[in-house]
Design a protein around this ligand. Structure first.
Ligand code: C5P
Length: 223
């Protein structure tokens, strides 16, 4: 079965506050995006990567991913959801059976993640890695706690998320609300999404200290 991984890199990374979006920053001597792509491909099962990026980054992204099995980069949209949709639509003419969606700002895809996700698609239309919430959760407003939210049964969703292509495209085409991940759109369509174990090292680089932590974890290589 063919499978393509969308590598999402069209975000501006405004929370990080660097001169470049976080997916292009250097981590252990190579761009975060390159780490993410190599990690996606490491275990096999992904035939090609389709990068989705800003219109002024097409050439840079192609250069960063040089030598890897990539399709020509696609221009993303104003939101992550719009960017994923752009990637899916670019594949729709010659659709793969399976698609993975991965944040370009997540340089670590732990070994075994991709094979486990693809295996789960034999039983379910979607599958994601997720970590149980271990901190106590508070709802807050104006600096004061409003409530303690029971954490039992709560998970932190990670990427790569894997889907059968047709239902994910349909879910994107019929979406009415903004979703922060792709599983949410399948859930809204009433389709089952499997929860697989995530990994603490699968960090989405969001704040400068995330990059420092990853740097420490990757030198010398931990995985
Ligand atoms: O903003 P957030 O951290 O949720 O972004 C997750 C991933 O989605 C990042 O890799 C980012 O580049 C990507 N993204 C995108 N298009 C957007 C916003 C985010 O491809 N408009």
């Amino acid at each position: 079965m063919t499978s393509v991984a969308l590598l999402m890199a069209a975000g501006s990374g405004s929370r990080f506050g660097a001169d470049r979006p976080k997916q292009y920053l250097s981590l252990a001597g190579r761009p975060v995006l390159r780490h993410a792509a190599e990690a996606l491909l490491r275990d096999g099962g992904v035939d090609a990567i389709l990068p989705v990026c800003a219109s002024d980054s097409l050439a840079m992204v192609a250069a960063i991913l040089e030598g890897l099995p990539t399709l020509p980069p696609v221009v993303g949209g104003a939101t992550r959801q719009a960017s994923v949709r752009a990637g899916l639509e670019a594949l729709a003419g010659d659709p793969p059976a399976l698609v993975l969606v991965h944040d370009g700002a997540r340089p670590v895809v732990p070994p075994g993640t991709v094979p486990a996700l693809l295996a789960a698609l034999e039983r379910h239309p979607g599958a994601i890695p997720a970590q149980p919430v271990t901190d106590t959760l508070k709802r807050g407003e104006a600096g004061l706690i409003q409530a303690t939210v029971p954490r039992a049964g709560l998970f932190r969703a990670q990427t790569p998320q894997a889907f059968r292509f047709a239902p994910l495209l349909a879910a994107h085409r019929t979406a009415t609300a903004e979703a922060t991940d792709d599983a949410q759109l399948l859930e809204a369509a009433g389709l089952a999404v499997a929860l697989l174990p995530g990994h603490e090292q699968n960090i989405k680089i969001t704040w400068p200290e995330d990059l420092a932590r990853m740097e420490a974890a990757l030198t010398p290589p931990l995985l």
